[in-house]
Design a protein around this ligand. Structure first.
Ligand SMILES: [Zn+2]
Length: 287
C-alpha cells in the first residue's frame, strides 16, 4: 500500500487555487481527475497539506465513493505577512488563531496544519526566514487542536524551527530541512513522525535545460544531498519517517511525484513495509 502523507490537491492542477473564474463544478471535475491519476498509479491513501481555496474538502467527499483514503486540514494556518498566503489563513496572534481554528473545526478538518517557518531560500543556502510563532503561541495552538481531538502537522525548517515544533507537541514535522542531530534525537525520543519531502529539491536538481527552474538546479542539488544524508541518519537512528512528496509543488506532478518520493526514500535505505506502517499511523491519527 502506497500512502502519500503530504500533497496539495489544490496546487499544480488547473490552477484551482488561483481562483478567478473557477466554479464549483470546475473544482469537482479537477478533483475527480486527481483521484483517477492517483488510482492509476496505485496510490491508496493521501494526506493533504491544505491551500487557500480549501478544495481538499471536495476531494474528500469524492474520495468516499472511490476507495481512495483522503485526509485534509482544508486550510493551513500561517503567521500574517509571512510565508503561506496561498496555503490558508493568516493568524495575528494566539487569540486570533484559536478563534479561526474554532471556525475551521466547524468545517470538519481531519487535522490541523500550522506553518511555523518559511521555505528554504533559493538564493542563500540554508536560510529559511522568520519564525512565524513564539514557543508559547505554537504550544497554545497545538494544545487547542489536541484538546479538540485533532492532530497537528507542522511545516518547519531550520534547527530552531524544527526544535520548536517538536517541543510544542507537533505530531508530524513536514520538510525539516536543516535538521540537526539534536532534532533527530528529539524526534526519536518523542516518536514524532518526520515527513522529509525530498522530491521538490530532488526534482529541481535533475530538471532539464529548458525548465524555468533550471536557475535553481545547483542550490537544489545541495539541499537534496544534505537532506538525503540526514534522512539516512534518521532512519538508522530509528526516527519514524513517512512518505510525503509535496505533490503540487513545482516539478512535483500529482501521481508521479509520489512514486518519485518513494524512490528517493528507498535510496536512503527505507523499506516499503516501514513506510506503509508509518503512513498508516499518520493517516489513522488524523481520523
Ligand atoms: Zn506542502
Amino acid at each position: 500500500m502506497i500512502i502519500d502523507c503530504h500533497i496539495h490537491c489544490g496546487l499544480g492542477n488547473l490552477g484551482v487555487v488561483k481562483g478567478s473564474g473557477i466554479t464549483h463544478d470546475d473544482s469537482v471535475a479537477s478533483m475527480k481527475r486527481l483521484v483517477d491519476i492517483y488510482q492509476v498509479k496505485g496510490i491508496q491513501a493521501l494526506r493533504d497539506g491544505g491551500d487557500i481555496s480549501g478544495v481538499g474538502i471536495i476531494l474528500r467527499d469524492i474520495s468516499k465513493d472511490s476507495g481512495l483514503i483522503y485526509r485534509t486540514p482544508i486550510r493551513a494556518f500561517y503567521k500574517k505577512n509571512l510565508y503561506g498566503d496561498f496555503l490558508g489563513e493568516p493568524l495575528e496572534n494566539t487569540k486570533d488563531g484559536i478563534r479561526k481554528m474554532n471556525v475551521l473545526i466547524k468545517e470538519s478538518p481531519d487535522f490541523i496544519k500550522i506553518i511555523l517557518t518559511g521555505i528554504m531560500s533559493f538564493t542563500e543556502f540554508g536560510i529559511t526566514g522568520t519564525m512565524g510563532f513564539t514557543k508559547s503561541q505554537c504550544t497554545s495552538l497545538i494544545d487547542h487542536a489536541h484538546q479538540s481531538g485533532l492532530s497537528v502537522m507542522v511545516h518547519a525548517n531550520s534547527p530552531e524551527g524544527i526544535m520548536m515544533a517538536l517541543t510544542s507537541g507537533a505530531d508530524t514535522i513536514e520538510h525539516g530541512y536543516g535538521v540537526d542531530d539534536d532534532c533527530l534525537y528529539a524526534m526519536c525520543e518523542s516518536g514524532t513522525v518526520w515527513v522529509p519531502t525530498l522530491a521538490p529539491f530532488a526534482n529541481i536538481a535533475k530538471c532539464s535545460d529548458d525548465s524555468p527552474m533550471k536557475k535553481f538546479r545547483n542550490i537544489s542539488k545541495r539541499y537534496f544531498r544534505q537532506h538525503q544524508e540526514q534522512v539516512k541518519k534518521a532512519n538508522a537512528m530509528g526516527v519514524n519517517i513517512a512518505l510525503g512528496s509535496d505533490s503540487g509543488a513545482p516539478l512535483v506532478p500529482h501521481g508521479q511525484g509520489t512514486l518519485d518520493e518513494l524512490e528517493y526514500l528507498l535510496d536512503c535505505g527505507l523499506t516499503e513495509e516501514k513506510l506503509e506502517s508509518i503512513g498508516k499511523r499518520v493517516i489513522d491519527f488524523n481520523s
